[in-house]
Design a protein around this ligand. Structure first.
Ligand SMILES: Cc1cc2nc3c(=O)[nH]c(=O)nc-3n(C[C@H](O)[C@H](O)[C@H](O)COP(=O)(O)OP(=O)(O)OC[C@H]3O[C@@H](n4cnc5c(N)ncnc54)[C@H](O)[C@@H]3O)c2cc1C
Length: 322
């Protein structure tokens, strides 16, 4: 990006904005993979973020907004453009189970806040890494509950103005939202409403969930959680539906791990990129794995599932720089 030095200077002049040139994105992804961004811009406040974003737009540079990089595969060659991150991390409570959180807040901080206030629903999402903004973007969830169930309103920047949309207008589905389909829309904050519950019971349940999670995904593991989305049984070709054991189906969904296991995914490797030998939908970087190796394994798994079962599995993980 030839004008990176000028833009970098311009952005760094905004209060609370840090602009780093040729910043390795491997430092900002949980996989620990990814080449440099021409410019990496971190903004401490929403106002600074909007100012920075408008200057980046005016410069005509390609740009992308990331959260905490826990669901990202970034190309080994990096990203020839500007990567922005909104780091404002406010979480506030209101009346009658209302909670408001900045997109840059950690989802875990929001979860902990609701548990401490005796608000139920998000407690089952304990241990899902990443930011609130990305959780809304991908409608993150666990244990049969997604963040959509608690969302009342989302404030976002549509590329020109700050707007708000109601839950119904967010187009939520399984790991889906209207924001995934309109990549230039950037989530700024979210208003939620939760039912009341017993703080002690919510905490005990959350602690139990965290223990299970930490066994499945050790906190230092370089991964993105599940690589592929699970599948709705009803969407599968009828011949395939008949092959899936009944006990595998959870709330109408078939874990993609079941299909991956049938095609021999467990334990596969390419360099330092491995498929866990205990979970076919978990791919991790043992140390010096690359995005190219990761993409090769993902491509091979998709090919095997398509060849054996006649349908495509789809990544949950998001790509940058390809
Ligand atoms: C160990 C582990 C376990 C996981 N378990 C779960 C789980 O149980 N359930 C689940 O749903 N997910 C799970 N995930 C996936 C991941 O945590 C979620 O997808 C999370 O919401 C990503 O947050 P992030 O801030 O890291 O986003 P990033 O990885 O930085 O970005 C993800 C996407 O969100 C977009 N984005 C980020 N911020 C914004 C914004 N403000 N506005 C618009 N778009 C934005 C980015 O452009 C990108 O496309 C797991 C991941 C790991 C590593």
């Amino acid at each position: 990006m030839p004008f990176a030095p000028l833009l970098s200077h311009d952005l760094a002049a905004i209060a609370g904005v840090a602009a780093l040139r040729n910043e390795p994105l491997s430092r900002h992804t949980r996989f620990g993979i990814g080449g440099p961004a021409s410019l990496y811009v971190e903004c401490a406040s929403e106002a600074g973020f909007l100012e920075a974003l408008s200057r980046v737009q005016a410069s005509g540079s390609p740009h992308v907004v990331i959260g905490n990089g826990t669901n990202l595969i970034v190309a080994d060659a990096g990203y020839d453009g500007v990567v922005l991150r909104l780091a404002e991390a406010r979480v506030e409570g209101g009346e009658d189970g209302a909670v408001r959180a900045s997109a840059g807040a950690l989802l875990q901080d929001l979860v902990d806040f609701t548990i401490a206030r005796g608000l139920a629903g998000l407690h089952v999402m304990t241990g899902i890494p990443g930011s609130v903004g990305a959780a809304v973007y991908g409608n993150a969830g666990a244990y049969g509950r997604s963040i959509a169930a608690a969302v009342e309103q989302v404030r976002f920047f549509d590329g020109a103005r700050v707007l708000a949309c109601s839950n119904a207008e967010c187009g939520f589905g399984y790991r889906e939202s209207t924001f995934k389909r309109n990549k230039q829309w950037i989530i700024l904050s979210v208003s939620l409403r939760l039912e009341s519950g017993d703080a002690g019971e919510l905490k005990a349940r959350a602690d139990g969930i965290l223990e299970i999670r930490n066994r499945k995904y050790p906190p230092t593991m370089k991964c993105a959680g599940s690589i592929f989305k699970n599948l709705l049984l009803a969407d599968l070709p009828p011949a395939v539906q008949g092959l899936v054991p009944e006990k595998t189906v959870i709330e109408g969904k078939v874990p993609s791990a079941w299909f991956l296991e049938q095609v021999g995914a467990k334990g596969m490797s390419d360099g330092d990129i491995r498929v866990a030998d205990y979970h076919a939908n978990l791919i991790y970087n043992e140390g010096s794995g690359t995005a190219a190796q990761l993409r090769r394994i993902i491509g091979e798994l998709k090919r095997r599932v398509a060849e054996r079962f006649g349908f495509s599995i789809e990544e949950e993980v998001q790509y940058i720089g390809f």
